[in-house]
Design a protein around this ligand. Structure first.
Ligand code: G3H
Ligand code: ZN
Length: 286
């Protein structure tokens, strides 16, 4: 059934786990993620990023409506989240599109501007009952950003500054830079668990990990144990889809009907989604 990010994050925290938040671009992504979450038997957050909205010709509503309809009939709780929002115009569509939460991404701005932009966005969203995540420090590897080293200490989130940022902006959750980087296709990132524990101790809201595709399972489990409450994945899903489609097209050069290659891509993505949802929510082995 349809849930909210606030409910799913709170429920995950009560059971000592985190909730997986998976980025969706196409209807096949939505179907694969829900299939995977149902296999794991755990709730999931469906995220649509500003980049995905750009690909959908600037319109968030059609994919959000499809995601919402699919969520309503899912056998696990599903929330809709608008991810990495830089555009005020897109932010203001969040309510009518049915997003229960948004991530305001002003982390590229200097501290004072990040704080001002985030505070205004949070005030707007809270007036409409929307849960707000923001970012301090910069998780590398975003579009248009140079290839930032995931281990670059300059990009890390400072605990004292993070506590101040949360107090000044009123956000409900904070994305922290602790060593992960966006769009990694190998799972080789190492997280700074000491920094994460300090952030968890000093910041009074749930912490969010971005760029989680590049983080090995054991590191993910440790991050959840050390205070990460929401774990964002995108690239791992796309790698599974694209790998299966590439193999099918190579094996069958005559194929024309997209269902014949998308079905395998969707299923490969569902298997990865099931594993990732299970790892961060403690569905397996606990
Ligand atoms: O907000 C989305 C995530 O941070 C996804 O990152 O594609 O590297 O898994 P990823
Ligand atoms: Zn991200």
């Amino acid at each position: 059934p349809l849930s909210t990010t606030a409910e799913l994050v709170a429920a995950a925290a009560r059971r000592g786990g985190a909730v997986a938040a998976l980025n969706v671009i196409t209807l096949e992504h939505v179907e694969a993620v829900l299939r995977g979450a149902e296999r794991a038997g755990r709730p999931v957050i469906l995220q649509i990023s500003e980049n995905a909205v750009a690909f959908r010709e600037g319109r968030a509503a059609p994919l959000a409506a499809a995601a919402r309809a699919a969520a309503e009939s899912a056998r696990v709780g599903v929330a809709l989240h608008l991810d990495h929002v830089k555009s005020g115009a897109l932010l203001r569509t969040a309510e009518q599109c049915g997003f229960s939460s948004v991530m305001v991404d002003a982390s590229h701005l200097p501290y004072a501007e990040n704080t001002a932009v985030t505070r205004d966005a949070a005030a707007w969203a809270h007036a409409r009952g929307i849960w707000v995540e923001a970012e301090l420090g910069e998780v590398g590897g975003k579009d248009g950003q140079g290839p930032l080293d995931a281990h670059d200490p300059g990009a890390r989130t400072d605990p004292a500054e993070a506590a101040r940022f949360v107090a000044e902006t009123g956000v409900d959750a904070l994305a922290v830079a602790i060593g992960s980087s966006h769009a990694m296709t190998s799972r080789t990132a190492r997280l700074d668990h000491g920094l994460l524990r300090r952030l968890h101790g000093e910041v009074p809201v749930p912490l969010v990990l971005h760029g989680s595709s590049g983080v090995p399972d054991a590191e993910l489990a440790a991050a959840v144990a050390n205070g990460i409450a929401k774990v964002n994945f995108g690239t791992a899903l796309n790698a599974a889809l694209t790998g299966a489609v590439r193999a099918k097209l190579a094996a069958d050069p005559e194929v024309v009907d997209p269902r014949r290659y998308l079905a395998g891509g969707r299923e490969a993505m569902a298997e990865v989604a099931a594993t990732l949802v299970g790892v961060v929510s403690g569905a397996f082995g606990t």
